[in-house]
Design a protein around this ligand. Structure first.
Ligand code: NAD
Ligand code: DAU
Length: 355
């Protein structure tokens, strides 16, 4: 079996669902169920003996030791993190706690377990660390996309905490020999995405007739990848990636934010027209994110060359599936919009005057 951390979050839940749809190897899913974790995303696995959910924190060493001893996983896939840049600006402490201290604690527990294994199991064991392209910093308009050898130049508390975790993972391989793999992925989108991030926020706000807040001039560029393509890439790297290597994962889909927002509006105009007029009327330019990275782009050729991975979805097919998913899952959206979610919207958007 494998141990997944953060498997009730956006990418983790998609990963667990896709994993169990593609094989019968059981999953122990450890998640602290922060505001971003949602058991409902895993409801289709209720009663499935291959899925064992554990409510707990990756900073809890005793719990981790118990889970390793009890379940003896052959691999760890580590998604658990604080993941939202804007939240890291308002409150960086939790990012250091989970992303740095938590990854350290998980590495130490994994190392303790791994050291106790026989030679063959030790060789086969994997610690797969799921990271982000944001560790590389920001690109200029004409710069080539990030390769795996790009300098680490994180600019936000979030990306700095993820960069720190990447360095810990690297060091645990070089110093102790722990068989690690690291993947650095670009912006994901798709089902179960918490509506604090750009694409689901725009869909949810548009359907509620609320403003669509575009930071700054809306010309920041992200490289979008459909979440199920990310999950497939992780499965490939876990199965066949070279130990100690890092692999960049991206969709070859660079788009400025304003184009993303207009695409979402156009799809909603087609699929759920609003008698009041096009959803584009709701677009509102607001004060920029402090330290906002201008452009991310991933060079994913290493992954394609070594493991033959390529994204299956284009942005056009993926975004249509995503908008349809949100239209069909109003109940999921309603339930994640708790009081805490509304408090976050007040905190993040109240001081952003319309630009
Ligand atoms: P998310 O915020 O949706 O989910 C994070 C999950 O981790 C939640 O279920 C949460 O409850 C859990 N968690 C948080 N702190 C925990 C702790 N201390 N112990 C146990 N569980 C804890 O995040 P996501 O968007 O699914 O991202 C998953 C991973 O992928 C993160 O490591 C992130 O850095 C990385 N990543 C995300 C993207 C993206 O576009 N979303 C892109 C590249 C990499
Ligand atoms: O690049 C990978 C990263 O992508 C992941 O590591 C992060 O976990 C994930 O959250 C994401 O980070 P971003 O900051 O790029 O994602 P977000 O959805 O928050 O913002 C995308 C872009 O949209 C960014 O340029 C900021 C802008 N934006 C965002 C929000 C929430 C807006 O213009 N308005 C908004 O209201």
């Amino acid at each position: 079996m494998i141990l997944v951390t953060g498997g009730a979050g956006f990418i983790g839940a998609n990963f667990v669902l896709d994993w169990l749809a593609s094989c019968d190897e059981a999953v122990v899913n450890l998640d602290a169920l922060t505001y971003a974790g949602n058991r409902e995303s895993l409801a289709s696995l209720d009663g499935d003996p291959r899925h064992h959910f554990v409510h707990g924190d990756i900073t809890d060493r005793n719990l981790l030791d118990r889970l390793f001893a009890e379940h003896r996983p052959r691999a760890v896939v580590h998604f658990a993190a604080e993941s939202h840049v804007d939240r890291s600006i308002h409150g960086p402490g939790e990012f250091i706690q989970t992303n740095v201290q938590g990854t350290f604690t998980l590495l130490e527990a994994a190392r303790g377990f791994w050291s106790s294994l026989g030679e063959a199991d030790k060789k086969a064991f994997r610690f797969h660390h799921v990271s982000t392209d944001e560790v590389y910093g920001s690109l200029g308009r004409d710069d080539p996309p990030f390769t795996e050898t790009h300098l680490y130049q994180p600019n936000s508390p979030y990306s700095a905490s993820k960069a720190a975790s990447d360095h810990l993972v690297r060091a645990w391989h070089h110093t102790y020999g722990l068989p690690v793999l690291t993947t650095n992925c670009s912006n994901n989108y798709g089902p179960f995405h918490f509506p604090e991030k750009l694409i689901p926020l725009m869909i949810v706000n548009a359907l509620a007739g609320k403003p669509l807040p575009v930071y700054g001039d809306g010309q920041q560029v992200r490289d979008w990848l459909y979440v199920k393509d990310h999950c497939a890439a992780i499965r490939e790297v876990l199965a066949r990636g070279r130990v100690g290597e890092t692999y960049n994962i991206g969709g070859w889909n660079e788009k400025p934010n304003i184009e993303i927002v207009k695409t979402v509006c156009a799809l909603l105009d087609e699929l759920k027209p609003d008698p009041a007029g096009s959803y584009e009327r709701l677009i509102s330019y607001v004060t920029d994110r402090p330290g906002h990275d201008r452009r991310y782009a991933i060079d994913a050729r290493k992954l394609e060359r070594e493991l033959g991975w390529k994204p299956a979805e284009t942005f056009e097919t993926g975004i249509r599936k995503t908008v349809n998913w949100y239209l069909e899952h109003g109940d999921w959206v309603a339930r994640v919009q708790s009081g805490a979610y509304r408090e976050w919207l007040d905190r993040n958007y109240a001081d952003r005057n319309a630009a």
